[in-house]
Design a protein around this ligand. Structure first.
Ligand code: HXC
Length: 257
């Protein structure tokens, strides 16, 4: 796969997708949006890939939606063209996705990281929703995903003031899963993704689906959904293998069946 704004590679069962517009701090324009959707769809179909890492550069994961591109848009263009709806492809990715964030993750960059399943961040990472300083508000899920991730007080603080939060604060409030030194970022994310990819595929996809369902439904419905998925995994060969291997004190040989 060859792209104008992305680099893609595979490392064993992990796809590594790197945003690559260094001169614009990885600002997210419509080319990035369509190329990323394309790359994720391709890796989604590739059987050997079990998890995906999305990253940027050391200076910026992404400094937001491309302001140059947005500047000239009027309401009718935005509304009729359903501006930025193509980013939904990222959140709709079924395979687990880790955001490996170094440097700025601002505006759409923070929102893109939050579309991933969790964030591993380097000590240099900075998060924020500065849209208010441009006369707009978050448009790729920031007002919703950030609030669910960190609660109303912090979300309001960030969205209404546009301030940046450093990585220690981001971890403390629950936006970031792990902090690592910058030089460890990609390896940590890829190793973590490889570990996820080593588990039975059906269980991994269902685990992701079940956690995500908790954001969409009541506790009762969510618990019923979880239990049905849990029951269904007893129909898989990998459940038999996983439990037999435990009892026999050996390593399981999963077949993704
Ligand atoms: C377009 C951008 C950009 C952006 C940076 N650049 N952010 N271009 N869109 N979001 C470009 C700059 O214009 C500059 O280009 C180059 O990248 C380097 O940026 P500098 O500002 O010179 O770097 P620095 O002084 O280190 O400051 C870094 C920064 C700052 C603090 C991250 O660039 C910044 O504030 N960027 C904007 C952040 C922002 O407001 N993001 C939210 C966007 S709105 P030249 O050509 O001059 O070298 C958004 C809405 C999402 O994301 C919702 C739905 C779409």
């Amino acid at each position: 796969m060859s792209y104008e704004t992305l680099l893609t590679e595979t490392r064993g069962p992990v796809a590594l997708v790197t945003l690559n517009r260094p001169k614009a701090l990885n600002a997210l324009n419509s080319t990035v949006m369509s190329e990323l959707a394309d790359a994720l769809a391709a890796f989604g179909k590739e059987e050997g890939i079990g998890a995906i890492v999305l990253t940027g550069s050391e200076k910026a994961f992404a400094a937001g939606a491309d302001i140059k591109e947005m500047q000239g848009i009027d309401f009718v263009d935005a509304y009729i063209g359903d501006f930025i709806s193509g980013w939904e492809a990222v959140a709709a990715t079924r395979k687990p996705m880790i955001a490996a964030v170094s440097g700025f993750a601002l505006g759409g960059g923070c929102e893109l990281a939050m579309m991933c399943d969790f964030i591993i961040a380097s000590e240099t990472a900075k998060f924020g929703q500065p849209e208010i300083t441009l006369g707009v508000i978050p448009g790729m899920g920031g007002s919703q995903r950030l609030t669910r991730a960190v609660g109303k007080a912090k979300a309001m603080d960030l969205v209404l003031t546009g301030r940046m939060m450093d990585v220690a604060e981001a971890e403390r409030v629950g936006l970031v899963a792990r902090i690592v030194p910058p030089e460890r970022l990609i390896d940590e994310a890829v190793e973590t993704a490889a570990k996820i990819a080593s588990f039975p595929r059906a269980a991994v996809l269902m685990a992701k689906e079940a956690v995500n369902r908790s954001f969409e439904t009541t506790l009762g419905e969510g618990l019923r959904f979880e239990r049905r998925l849990f029951h269904s995994l007893f129909a898989t060969a990998d459940q038999k293998e996983g439990m037999a291997a435990f009892m026999e004190k050996r390593k399981p040989q999963f077949s993704n069946r």
